[in-house]
Write a protein that binds this ligand. Structure first.
Ligand code: ADE
Length: 227
């Protein structure tokens, strides 16, 4: 899978993909992540990528030309399953959509900046729009990093222990059960006895119960949703 990220401030994306699981996935050749500067496609003599909004409201708007040319140039080289725009007014990102995207082909992620992007890009070039929460970031870059991380860890072979991604919170609409490690007792704080019993059937039942109880207590809304 290849993920191309189009940004006006690509420097913001230098860190998130150069460590840990995403770094290893790149090294294993399981994903290729390419961050592009939208400015590189600007045909303006000053490499301008934004302009004042029609109608006179405050803030600058990213113009169509550099973004349309960037997308066209990428599409001329390979096929893309989706062109995704990260925006606070997009569909709220959920694990179900992440699962789906991790099984698709290549993706283009478009990051907005300033006041936004020309609406015609959204209408004619973007195929899906996601928000990572009801708050406004300075741009879509951190949201693109969140989406990329969530997708990459699901690509087969990225996480060593295959079970591990399947037992994440939100898979099956349940929060993950609690986890413990050595020592079995610290300052009088004990690990639940059952986890040290060696009875795998009982342990699995307990973990399932814990997941249901935690979901009921912390996120009862998850029981009402199917993605
Ligand atoms: N860009 C700015 N805020 C955002 C958010 N909450 N989600 C996705 N993209 C954004």
């Amino acid at each position: 899978m290849r993920i191309d990220i189009l940004s006006a401030v690509p420097g913001l994306l230098e860190g998130p993909f150069s460590d840990s699981i995403v770094k290893r996935a790149k090294e294993k050749g399981l994903v290729e992540i390419v961050v592009h500067n939208i400015r590189d496609w600007s045909t303006d003599k000053h490499k301008k990528i934004d302009d004042e909004p029609f109608g006179g409201s405050a803030g600058m708007v990213l113009t169509i030309q550099p973004i349309a040319d960037a997308i066209a140039s990428l599409k001329s080289e390979r096929a893309y399953a989706e062109v995704i725009f990260l925006t606070p007014d997009g569909e709220q990102l959920k694990q179900g959509a992440v699962n789906h995207l991790s099984m698709q082909g290549n993706l283009i992620l478009l990051c907005g900046h300033y006041k936004g992007i020309d609406q015609r890009i959204r209408e004619h070039l973007v195929t899906r729009e996601f928000s990572i929460g009801d708050y406004v970031l300075s741009g879509g870059e951190l949201a693109a990093a969140v989406l990329t991380d969530a997708i990459v860890r699901l690509i087969p072979g990225v996480i060593g222990d295959e079970q591990s991604a399947l037992t994440d919170s939100f898979q099956d609409n349940l929060l993950a059960p609690p986890v413990y490690t050595r020592p079995a007792e610290y300052n009088g704080w004990k690990v639940p006895e059952i986890l040290r019993s060696g009875d795998h059937k009982a342990i699995n039942e307990w973990l399932e119960e814990q997941a249901v109880e935690r979901t009921q207590a912390l996120r009862p809304d998850l029981f009402e949703k199917d993605s």
